[in-house]
Design a protein around this ligand. Structure first.
Ligand SMILES: Cc1cc2nc3c(=O)[nH]c(=O)nc-3n(C[C@H](O)[C@H](O)[C@H](O)COP(=O)(O)O)c2cc1C
Length: 404
């Protein structure tokens, strides 16, 4: 939610209750908002934080609105910074309830929501679906897209519109791979790599937000991004099959997965035991999916590869680009601080088929994803950029954070 509002140019100040910090840390909120979070009525940098926050706001969004917050707000109780801010603001309030079905259907909660509604509070009704305990029912927090649409509507009615979402990938089918494959040795062991799948999932999520129809072939355990058709795979062979089956209808293929280069020739049907001695595991190469995509490429299709390297990264990335016939290779030196496997951030160099390069400094993986997709749209529009001897090639420059 916070990311989506920030992406659309909103300036977001997170106000956390004490309970909120048990679910998600303050550092996460301040990183996403690029703002320090506010949690305290007393002892903070400014003496009367609630009136400042209340007056500054164009809109206050309560997400998720718990039974407690709804009850205290309806009763006019200002027990913490959030409660005080709600009473100190004249801005419109968007309330997004989330709780278990029993709580949501409780007469007290019903009455409190009705009171707030009668006072002009905008209520985004919860969805039906999986709840915190794994059970299913009404009370699940509304989909973020629905909440952002409600916030945009409330602001527009007051002449304070947020930016329209960027939909430059509308009408395109984008196929993305993510995660590290696992090659079984026996029923309990496998050969794997350190890829978390975060970068590929970020590409899929941002592409979907920018209007693409996205199919994600994921070997990662991360949850599927919203609005994306996700196919889970485990081995390189499964990934190859899933990708090649779908690549014919894709306008763009982004191969962010770390696909095993080798797999055991034979997989033992039963667990290999210590008492049988140290096993000798013979390996054979897997299918090179990126090279195969390069061979099968249709006119107009853009193929993007990723290269995780540990030295001579640019040279190796350039060799990969040529060998595989890709349009773009995203190189990351995984030995650099803050880059590569498992991190929330990454630092990459984009290598174009023409020889042009573009360095993307250390940034959240979603920003890296946006830069890769900018390069894809530029290649589709203008072809691959001409290299210049001293400067990197410039893309169209959609910078997620710049317009805040
Ligand atoms: C795992 C867990 C999940 C919870 N989920 C919700 C919830 O979805 N809605 C709710 O109203 N309270 C929920 N509660 C209870 C609230 O955490 C508790 O009432 C808290 O004080 C409300 O948060 P607030 O102080 O930020 O309003 C949950 C508690 C736990 C331990």
């Amino acid at each position: 939610m916070l990311r989506r509002l920030v992406d659309r140019g909103a300036h977001v100040v997170p106000v956390l209750t004490e309970a909120a910090t048990h679910f998600v840390g303050a550092a996460t909120f301040s990183a996403l908002a690029s703002e320090p979070v506010e949690t305290e009525l007393f002892g903070g940098a400014t003496p009367i934080p609630h009136t400042r926050l209340g007056r500054q706001a164009d809109v206050v969004v309560l997400v998720p609105a718990t039974a407690r917050v709804i009850g205290e707000y309806a009763a006019g109780i200002s027990a913490d910074l959030l409660g005080a801010t709600l009473l100190a603001t004249r801005a419109p309030v968007v309330l997004c309830p989330a709780m278990h079905t029993e709580m949501w259907e409780h007469p007290a909660v019903r009455d409190n929501v009705a009171i707030l509604r009668s006072r002009g509070v905008h209520v985004v009704e919860p969805d039906s679906g999986r709840l915190a305990g794994g059970d299913v029912g009404e009370g699940r927090l509304a989909d973020p897209a629905r909440i952002v649409a409600a916030v945009a509507g409330v602001l527009a009615a007051r002449g304070r519109a947020i930016r329209e979402p960027l939909l430059d990938l509308a009408g395109l089918v984008v196929l993305v791979t993510a995660g590290g494959t696992r090659e079984p040795i026996d029923p309990v062991r496998y050969i794997a790599n350190r890829s978390s799948g975060r970068q590929g999932h970020a590409v899929a999520e941002v592409a979907a937000q920018r209007g693409a129809t996205v199919v994600l072939v994921s070997a990662s355990e991360l949850p599927p991004p919203p609005g994306v058709t996700t196919v889970h795979v485990e081995t390189a062979a499964e990934l190859a099959e899933a990708v090649l089956e779908r690549s014919g209808s894709a306008d763009v293929v982004v191969m962010a997965a770390a696909v095993a280069d080798f797999r055991p020739v034979a997989v033992s049907a039963t667990k290999i035991h210590k008492r049988d001695g140290v096993p000798e595991i013979r390996l054979e190469p897997t299918l090179d999916v990126l090279a195969e995509l390069g061979r099968r490429r249709q006119p107009g299709q853009v193929v993007v590869g990723f290269a995780a390297e540990t030295g001579e990264a640019l040279e190796r990335g350039r060799a990969k680009l040529v060998a595989k016939g890709a349009d773009l290779v995203v190189v990351n030196d995984v030995t650099m601080p803050g880059a590569g496997f498992g991190h929330e951030t990454n630092a990459v160099t984009l290598l174009y088929a023409s020889g042009a390069t573009l360095e993307v400094p250390c940034a959240p993986k979603r920003t890296i994803a946006a830069a890769v997709l900018d390069a894809v749209t530029a290649i589709r529009r203008e072809g691959t950029p001409v290299p210049s001897p001293d400067a990197g090639a410039r893309g169209p420059g959609h910078d997620e954070g710049a317009a805040r």
